[in-house]
Design a protein around this ligand. Sequence first.
Ligand code: SF4
Length: 238
Amino acid sequence: MVEGFNPIRYSVIEDKNPREIVMLVGDGCKWRKCRFCDYHLDSSKDIEANFQLNKQVLSNVTGKFGELEVINSGSFVDLDKKTIELIKQICLKKGIKEIHFECHYMHKDDVQNFKNSFLNIGIKPIIKLGLETFDYDLREKVLVKGIEEKNPEVIANYFDEINLLQGISGQTKESMISDIETGLKYFSRICVNIMVENQMPIKPDKKVIEQFVEYVYPLYKDNDRVDILLNNTDFGVG
Ligand code: SF4
């Protein structure tokens, strides 16, 4: 974990699709190549320490909305077994019926078994992919996301929801709207993350962000299937 980084790890999302959200710690994203991402640094190889921290974070969960989102700056496969078991116990105890996890495309073949392990105990799992954009060249040559598949229909066979990254050079209002519309066509919900400055090579593009705020945001701000994070801490964690 990054020294001096003291994130908020539990929050409640009150407006669209109300749910509790926890930011847990795993042993680290196995891809780590995305050129816009430094949050995979929030990880540790000390599995027991991760579990103890996750246990403390999960103790905040009340089940008030019957829905929980788990993020861990990587994929669900990076979480230790004890943490996953504890999540299941908490869901059962607190009446949580729907749970969201995130996952990189490289683990797509692990998704169904993982989902089954929740379905078997009566909990609906929802898996979110960080897709970032349907523009293949931007995604793979610039962002280096590591998703070879081009067909959204195929991607949607594995994943229920997607993250989109907007506010970067090479995007226009038309391309951002097109990404959102394609996302809404194939996935149950989408989350638009506006690029924020970090230490990585991909930088926010002020002009593109202005285009987003002026033309794109008004179209989707009231759409219940679209979360929009103008800042990456807008969910209250991070
Ligand atoms: S897959 Fe996710 S956590 Fe891993 S490097 Fe890319 S954006 Fe970061």
